[in-house]
Design a protein around this ligand. Structure first.
Ligand code: SAH
Length: 242
């Protein structure tokens, strides 16, 4: 059976996949591998490893968000995946949860070109792809405070992510980011950024991850972010709020 590892993982997460979704993931895999020869999208190319580390881990993030009540079945939350690369974790989540209104923001044009082609092949025309940097797009009125949930995997340390992502969230919305063993240090180092940008840590629970020991760090926006954040492109990463 195609995508057998993923099918079992998804079942275990309480997100069973139908035949069309399995076929979409199979197509996603083949497009990813084909494009990866020209554009550097992933170092993980093995069929089973992609199922575990990219697709399965993305669905584990989705399952954790349903369990936490951040996402509700059939409710059309506005979701931004910031720095999605080849689409992780937002796109696998959208394949499984069609109610999500997903926008993907990615700075590298070659990666967004891949995503646009992929979305057309998968028949997911309602997903929006933006080529740009968080530091500039966050000042566009349709995006600032426009989202219920921001996802970001492997983009930046938490202190930097807080500055990049909180401007996109409505007050009351959530940032969800999977983190490895450094999660406690990253949380401690993010306290100034959280205070400045209007966030608080909600939880950092272990992810029901099929691959790696990860925690899902959940931050809630509890106050508006001052209008001067994020700072200019590159500055949040170069001089993190400490
Ligand atoms: N989330 C994906 C990709 C991680 S690599 C995954 O987990 O597989 C990080 C990606 O974030 C890169 O593609 C990079 O171009 C993008 N990125 C980094 N900083 C960014 C910023 N400030 N605005 C938009 N995209 C950014």
């Amino acid at each position: 059976m195609p995508m057998d590892v993923l099918a079992r993982t998804a079942e275990g997460l309480g997100l069973p996949l139908n035949a069309r979704q399995l076929q979409q993931f199979e197509e996603y895999y083949h497009q990813l591998i084909a494009a990866n020869r020209r554009v550097s999208l992933t170092s993980i190319t093995d069929y089973q490893e992609v199922q575990r580390r990219h697709f399965g881990e993305s669905l584990a993030v989705g399952a954790a968000l349903y369990q936490a009540g951040v996402l509700k079945p059939d409710k059309g939350a506005r979701v931004l995946d910031l720095g999605a690369g080849a689409g992780f974790p937002g796109l696998p989540m959208r394949i499984v949860c069609p109610a999500l209104r997903l926008t993907i923001l990615e700075a590298t044009r070659k990666k967004t070109a891949f995503l646009e082609r992929l979305l057309a092949r998968l028949g997911l025309e309602d997903v929006t792809v933006i080529t740009g940097r968080a530091e500039t797009v966050a000042y566009e009125p349709t995006h600032r405070e426009g989202y219920d949930l921001v996802l970001a995997r492997a983009v930046a340390p938490l202190a930097v992510l807080v500055e990049l992502t909180l401007p996109f969230l409505k007050v009351g919305g959530f940032l969800a980011t999977p983190k490895g063993t450094r999660a406690p240090q990253e949380i401690a180092e993010a306290s100034r950024a959280l205070g400045t940008c209007g966030g608080r840590i909600v939880s950092a629970e272990p992810l029901p991850s099929p691959a790696l020991p990860l925690r899902l760090v959940l931050v809630q926006k509890i106050a508006p972010t001052p209008a001067t954040y994020p700072r200019r492109p590159g500055i949040p990463a170069k001089r993190p709020l400490r």
